[in-house]
Design a protein around this ligand. Structure first.
Ligand code: NAD
Length: 487
């Protein structure tokens, strides 16, 4: 596959000639090198986007939609290959990349292919004699920066609405996981996206990321990543008066009430934290248990978590793969130490797996820790297979605990009481609340957070609003204008 930068419809080396190593998280081996973009390459990509923008924004919305639909088909036709590539690059188990990541990627392009020509303007009832209509316009050249935890899926979440709305894009994948977005660039060229409409620039945050954020011709930055970097991106964008959309960290609460279907809650809570090795912004990383069912829940939960098959992502029986980088594995392992120092009780895991076949990889065992609400592991995003368990006495305490972090992304609750479900869902400070399920996403359903979890929404019509500005046009049909300067 191509490993060079994708600029102006062509694959080109980085101007500096520098490359980035790409590693396989299963054993730390080198998969290859990709070109590493920096400021000069960002300049070239902006020039390509600038040249492409006038024609792209005036291309009919249905033609833009047709290209997105063709891309969805191309992804589906190569789903096995893309799933394998994503598993090699990220460590996601192949059953997930085949069953979730790649189908969701295709579904996102398909949804926005369908939405492209259904975004309408409005006519505003203003004063008699005037016609005032408003139309959504593309914002122009957009910079999109994505993280390493769901690279192929997030590439689609970012590109699809921006392109449907008629923008040109510079997309920077994470330096850790650049492969699927480069392969996607090949597919976009193949299905006929015009040169310069999408430019893919693997590189690090310091050089390529900063150059995109600071570039005066890039009108908007859409960023998914950590809260700390998101805040910096927002501050720098703010200084240049450019819009931002930020998908940042989370510390999701998953509340299990005493009337919950415990079997479903145990399985749902395990999926919420261990799927993708816990490397999900919406992970249900805090499990809040009513004191009356805590013991029973934990007995089943620990048994299930202890039985999760950790291993080679390319094996179809693997349920949990390695973390994406060695550095991140070490960071996650340090949190077990922090939990112990703060008086937490490690109920399961906390180490690297003992299996010698996994010793060179970036693996961490499923880990469960019981801790106090103010412990660091109950407050900070660990971003690994690490569940923090808290106990509550009543509904009010559960809500207070759920809301007791700076984050507000996704949270869940398990109950058989419909009134309680609505009552609690209304009081959780989060962009998304799941009842008797967790981590449900759909291209039509708004996705995003509040507080330290970000600003703005991806997916659905909300995403189309992120990538458009409103133009208001006034036409004097037959109004007699009073002379402001009667002479
Ligand atoms: P990160 O913030 O380190 O990096 C994210 C991206 O930003 C990468 O492409 C990186 O190269 C780039 N970057 C880094 N510094 C930059 C700078 N100064 N200027 C411009 N770009 C810069 O995050 P990460 O470690 O890659 O991802 C994990 C984090 O992402 C977690 O906190 C997770 O919660 C968050 N996340 C949030 C969502 C969401 O939708 N809310 C989804 C996935 C991940």
């Amino acid at each position: 596959m191509e490993t060079r930068l994708f600029i102006g419809g062509e694959f080109v080396p980085a101007r500096s000639g520098e490359t980035l190593p790409v590693r396989n998280p299963h054993d730390g081996s080198e998969l290859g090198h990709v070109a590493m973009a920096a400021g000069d390459d960002v300049e070239d990509a902006v020039a390509a986007a600038r040249a492409a923008l006038p024609a792209w924004r005036s291309t009919s919305a249905s033609e833009r939609g047709r290209l997105l639909l063709a891309l969805a088909d191309a992804i589906e036709a190569r789903s096995d290959e893309l799933a394998r590539l994503e598993s090699l690059d990220t460590g996601h188990p192949i059953r997930d990349t085949i069953g979730l990541d790649v189908p969701r990627t295709a579904a996102t392009f398909r949804y926005f292919g369908g939405i492209a020509d259904k975004v309408e303007g409005r006519v505003i009832p203003v004063d008699p004699g005037f016609l005032n209509y408003v139309v959504p316009e593309p914002v122009g050249i957009v910079g999109q920066i994505v993280p390493w935890n769901f690279p192929i899926m997030f590439t689609s979440w970012k590109l699809a609405p921006a392109l449907a709305a008629g923008n040109c894009v510079l997309l920077k994948p994470s330096e850790l996981t650049p492969l699927s977005s480069l392969r996607m660039a090949e597919l976009m060229a193949e299905v006929g996206f015009p040169p310069g409409v999408v430019n893919v620039l693997p590189g690090d945050g310091k050089d390529a990321g900063s150059a995109i954020v600071d570039h005066p011709e890039i009108a908007k930055i859409a960023f998914t990543g950590s809260t700390a970097v998101g805040a910096e991106v927002a501050a720098r964008s703010g200084a240049r008066l450019k819009g931002v959309q930020l998908e940042l960290g989370g510390k999701g609460a998953n509340i299990v009430f005493e009337d919950a279907d415990l079997r479903a809650a145990v399985n749902g809570a395990a999926f919420a934290i261990f799927h993708n090795q816990g490397q999900a912004c919406i992970a249900g990383s805090r499990i809040l248990l009513h004191e009356s069912i805590a013991r029973e829940f934990l007995d089943s939960f620990l048994e299930l978590a202890g039985s999760i098959r950790v291993g080679d992502p390319l094996s179809s029986s693997t349920e949990m793969g390695p973390l994406t980088s060695a550095e991140h594995r070490d960071r996650v392992l340090r949190y077990t130490e922090i939990a112990r120092q703060e008086g937490g009780e490690v109920l399961l895991g906390g180490s690297r797996p003992r299996d010698p076949a996994l010793s060179a990889g970036y693996y961490v065992e499923p880990t469960v820790v019981r801790c106090a609400p103010d412990a660091r592991v109950a407050q900070e995003e660990v971003f690994g297979p690490f569940a923090s368990v808290l106990i509550f006495r009543d509904e009010a305490e559960a809500i207070a605990l759920a809301n007791a972090t700076p984050y507000g992304l996704g949270s869940g609750l398990w109950t058989r009481d419909l009134r309680r479900a609505h009552r609690v869902a209304e009081q959780i400070r989060a962009g998304m609340v799941w009842v008797n399920c967790y981590k449900r996403v759909h291209p039509g359903s708004p996705f995003g957070g509040i507080g330290a979890s970000g600003v703005g929404r991806e997916m659905g019509f909300d995403a189309m609003r992120e990538y458009t500005e409103t133009r208001s046009v006034w036409i004097n049909i037959d109004a007699a204008l009073p002379a402001y300067y009667p002479r």
